[in-house]
Design a protein around this ligand. Structure first.
Ligand SMILES: CC(C)(COP(=O)(O)OP(=O)(O)OC[C@H]1O[C@@H](n2cnc3c(N)ncnc32)[C@H](O)[C@@H]1OP(=O)(O)O)[C@@H](O)C(=O)NCCC(=O)NCCS
Length: 163
């Protein structure tokens, strides 16, 4: 795909669910959930999800939700960029679009979880905090022993205030 083909971010449609599922598999890093789950997110949580398309092909996505117990927060659940498109600013573009969704515009704090070895994701959220002039705080969330063997811990990263 030529680098100058424009990438557009938009609200997901039901038809994007299976493509998100395939992209999650292609990243080789993200937990692969069932296709049903991605379809459900596209159908019921589209207010807090984003897809990125280049020449009609899905090349990135963000899924998220508004945590019922923390009004004012938006939780970014998974962000993924096609391996061929990584390192070119698309991750930042997707998080900006996520914060511009109906759910994102209501939020004062952005939350996500990151495993200690995921340097790309840590760098992405540090860059988002810097861009917003916001504080980034990390705290314990899921410890390694909460998972079956072979899964790292997931720390909660909270970026606030968003505006
Ligand atoms: C994490 C991910 C979404 C980042 O997307 P991206 O398009 O590559 O990121 P960007 O090009 O927008 O870069 C964002 C920042 O991260 C930095 N970065 C990107 N890849 C990096 C890497 N592998 N190591 C260290 N820093 C990295 C960039 O330099 C940039 O920082 P800067 O603004 O200070 O220069 C992408 O790497 C990915 O899909 N990874 C696999 C899935 C994943 O780990 N998702 C996160 C957990 S939910």
């Amino acid at each position: 795909m030529p680098h100058d083909t424009p990438i557009a971010c938009r609200r997901p449609r039901l038809e994007d669910g299976a493509a998100i599922h395939r992209l999650v598999q292609r990243t080789g890093v993200l937990d692969v959930n069932s296709c049903y789950l991605y379809l459900l997110l596209c159908r019921e949580f589209a207010d807090t999800c984003v897809v990125a398309e280049q020449a009609g092909r899905l090349c990135g996505f963000v899924t998220g939700f508004e945590p019922p117990q923390r009004p004012g927060a938006i939780f970014l659940w998974q962000v993924g960029v096609d391996p061929e498109a990584q390192g070119q600013g698309l991750g930042k573009q997707l998080v900006r679009a996520f914060l511009d969704t109906p759910g994102g515009r209501r939020a004062e704090a952005l939350e996500t979880t990151i495993s200690p070895s995921n340097a790309a994701s840590q760098a992405l959220f540090r860059a988002v905090a810097r861009e917003r002039g916001a504080q980034l705080a990390a705290s314990e969330y899921f410890r390694e022993e909460h998972f079956p063997a072979g899964h790292e811990a997931e720390e909660l990263y909270r970026i606030a205030p968003l505006r």
